[in-house]
Design a protein around this ligand. Structure first.
Ligand code: SF4
Length: 740
């Protein structure tokens, strides 16, 4: 157990930083608490994104930083001759650990080639670390196999934005333009729980007369502020949007001038939507024809309008098409590139935006350049001081990395800032694949579920013990200062990676004095790319409270709103896409008659590595609570205090449950922040979108049984699992999730 006594980086309190959780990246102020024995966090008024506001996670962001289970020294264990890992991890010095890891990596590369090693990064890493990981994989390891957990988050919307606009920035307008919108559609996004401090922007719009429409299988906290809530079964998103477009085209409500001068593909859309009149779509979806007409007319006729989407519709094997169809809606109605208008994919992770721009994605070089573009390879290789021909080609997506571990092609994995055993779909398969590795290195703050597969577990830096830049959901790049000095004897994440590079023989290309030096190189590497940071410096980011990319020169003011004059396709036009809705990978049948969908709760973040170690948050949401419709509860004869067992084709798990008529009758919702037996990803589908390679987290065919089935017949093991899962009565009441 570690006793943490962090040393402040400065004694002029409060020390400013940013919350480590969602993509809002609210400003925080850290000071000694009133008793002088600990630390407290307050909202900062200094950062223009969520001035003076924090949500429950932000106020509790110190919880995991000071947690006694934080790793403090490198830990390792030697595999048994049969390849199994002993349970016990032993402490090592940094030199011992890095020497051993590098030696094993060299051996594996010699025996099986550089592609036998893979790297798995994360969307909460700073831009500097995202960049460094990409360079480390391609230059020091020479492997094509690097990807990150953002693949599970933003890849569908990112692919769609590239197809429609020629460039991908989550929001193509700043948040402070939301109050200027007169019509706002929120599709598959639960902002009230996922980005709570964004709600005041929506409320300000509402106060100024905006109509808000939410589209979701659940009547979420966000939909409570909506004028219209459309409770849509997962998977029908493009069917619904086709009907909206049908009305807009049929009634000639589209912006003919904008479409003619700024877009291509109108006839493609016209052809695709002709079979989706609202009366037909009402029969498919149960959404009343009149509601479809009201929303279509309302959005098209409004002077200004914004569409925001998120994972609800993107984490599907048709997710790119769903996102494209919402872009069609903005483009056809001319609601993009001017004040109060635009499309936005609401990023989930802290640095979900920057994390996908600088090279930790399988097909990418810094600046959102393609690794298959010869000119991009030549330019970036020049910045790195290597031969362009030495750079490997495109790798595979996050989930496909595990498939390659399963087949034995990948034999070593380095994981930084991610917990894929919990966050990947079909989690049992992922765990089994990782257990086949010959070397697994995990850099994290804690002994995570993924670390159970690790030969080496290296202590990472918390967000307060390092500095760097992140890019929030708007595309605003900002500097996050250091609050605490790094722990004595510790290494920052970049020093770990550079230490390995040194031992792998690439040291001269990985010598940085600090994170700022990495940022300077990153900016140079992005010059001329789509996400051009080359006009930025730490000093500018601090003085100007962030800059929106692209920012291609020191004189450039940044680009808060995009597409005012042109889009990023070679002809400057956006591309409309006719969408022919496809089926999900799994449809219901008599054995699996319901649809499982997953999502977040306000108290937790991603796989829960940090928030499940934060007392104040665990009190609010101690266990995952499934939401089911009363008709389903009645059908399975659910009794008071029962839980439910949810069974998919890949696994089953038992959950506490809440009966609520706020959810679509065919759908069950389970949050995804827990591991082990409580992991909903034991059940989720690993079908991948053909372009984005996004897994279909949001749709799995399942059956639901009450648990225990009959008290007298419960096996002892199941009874003990049930006890472990059952929330304490007080905790359950505190969550508001007590079984109804
Ligand atoms: Fe702000 Fe998001 Fe942190 Fe909440 S979780 S305080 S909304 S950055």
């Amino acid at each position: 157990m570690l006793t943490l006594k962090p040393q402040p980086a400065d004694t002029r309190f409060p020390l400013r930083s940013h919350c480590c959780y969602c993509s809002m990246q609210c400003g925080i102020e850290v000071s000694p608490d009133a008793a002088g024995t600990g630390w407290e966090i307050k909202p900062s008024s200094d950062f223009p994104v969520a001035t003076g506001r924090l949500c429950q996670k932000g106020f509790n962001a110190m919880g995991h930083v000071l947690h006694p289970d934080r790793l403090s020294v490198p830990l390792g264990r030697e595999r048994k001759p049969d390849g199994h890992l002993p349970e016990r991890l032993n402490p090592f010095t940094w030199d011992e650990a890095l020497d051993e890891i590098a030696s094993k990596l060299k051996t594996l590369r010699k025996l099986h080639g550089p592609d036998s090693v893979a790297v798995f990064g994360g969307g909460s890493l700073t831009n500097e670390m995202s960049y460094l990981l990409g360079k480390f994989a391609r230059v020091a390891l020479g492997t094509r196999y690097i990807d990150y957990n953002g693949r599970y988050c933003m890849s569908s919307a990112a692919a769609a934005q590239h197809l429609a606009f020629g460039i991908d920035r989550g929001l193509n307008f700043p948040l402070d333009e939301i109050p200027r919108a007169k019509y706002i559609i929120l599709a598959g996004t639960n902002i009230a729980e996922c980005q709570p401090t964004m709600m005041p922007y929506l409320l300000a719009a509402k106060k100024q007369g905006a109509v808000i429409v939410t589209i979701d299988p659940r009547n979420t906290m966000t939909s409570k502020i909506a004028d219209i809530h459309i409770r849509l079964q997962p998977g029908f998103d493009s069917v619904l949007v086709n009907s909206l477009l049908h009305v807009i085209l049929e009634e000639k409500l589209y912006d003919a001038k904008f479409v003619e001068t700024r877009t291509n593909g109108l006839e493609e859309v016209r052809g695709a939507v002709k079979d989706f009149p609202p009366d037909v779509v009402e029969r498919y979806t149960g959404i009343p024809e009149e509601v479809i007409r009201v929303v279509a007319r309302g959005f098209a006729k409004a002077e200004t309008g914004i569409v925001l989407t998120a994972r609800g519709l993107e984490q599907q094997i048709n997710g790119v098409e769903h996102a494209l169809n919402y872009m069609n809606l903005c483009l056809l109605t001319g609601k993009i590139g001017r004040p109060g208008c635009g499309y936005g994919a609401v990023t989930g992770q802290a640095n979900g935006q920057g994390g996908r721009e600088h090279g930790q994605k399988a097909d990418q070089l810094p600046g959102y350049r393609s690794i298959e573009d010869p000119a991009a390879r030549e330019y970036v290789a020049g910045v790195w001081g290597v031969d362009p021909a030495s750079l490997p080609g495109k790798g595979v997506s996050a989930y496909e990395l595990f498939q390659k571990m399963e087949s034995g092609e990948i034999k070593a994995l380095i994981v930084l800032g991610s917990n894929p055993v919990v966050s990947s779909p079909n989690a049992n398969r992922v765990l089994a694949a990782m257990q086949k590795l010959e070397l697994c290195v995990v850099v994290d703050l804690f002994e995570t579920e993924t670390a159970a597969c690790a030969d080496w577990l290296l202590p990472g830096s918390s967000f307060l013990e390092t500095e760097g830049t992140l890019t929030n959901l708007e595309g605003r790049v900002f500097h996050r200062p250091r609050v605490f000095a790094k722990p004595p004897g510790g290494l920052e994440d970049y020093e770990i990676i550079c230490g390995l590079a040194e031992r792998l023989g690439a040291g001269e290309l990985f010598r940085y004095a600090d994170n700022e030096e990495i940022f300077r190189e990153l900016c140079l590497a992005t010059k001329g790319g789509k996400a051009d940071y080359s006009g930025m410096t730490y000093e500018r980011l601090q003085q100007e409270k962030g800059l929106f990319w692209p920012c291609p020169s020191p004189e450039h003011e940044g680009t808060p709103r995009m597409f005012g004059q042109s889009f990023h396709h070679p002809d400057g036009r956006a591309k409309l896409h006719g969408i022919r809705p496809g089926k999900p990978a799994e449809t219901t049948d008599s054995s699996y008659p319901y649809l499982l969908t997953t999502g977040r709760v306000g108290s937790h973040y991603l796989s829960g590595t940090q928030t499940r170690r934060t007392e104040g948050l665990m009190k609010k949401s101690p266990v995952p609570v499934a939401e089911i419709h009363p008709s389903l509860a009645e059908k399975i004869k659910l009794r008071p205090d029962d839980r439910i067992r949810v069974v998919s084709r890949r696994g089953n798990a038992v959950f506490a449950c809440k009966i609520t008529s706020e959810i679509h009758p065919t759908t069950i919702f389970v949050p995804f922040h827990w591991g082990g037996e409580q992991s909903v990803n034991l059940l989720t589908s690993d079908a991948l979108h053909p372009i984005s390679r996004m897994p279909e987290f949001k749709i799995a065919a399942v059956r639901v049984e009450r648990f225990p089935p009959e008290a007298a017949t419960v096996p002892a093991a199941a009874a003990s699992a049930a006890t472990a899962l059952k929330p304490a009565p007080a905790a359950a009441a505190a969550t508001g999730h007590a079984q109804s």
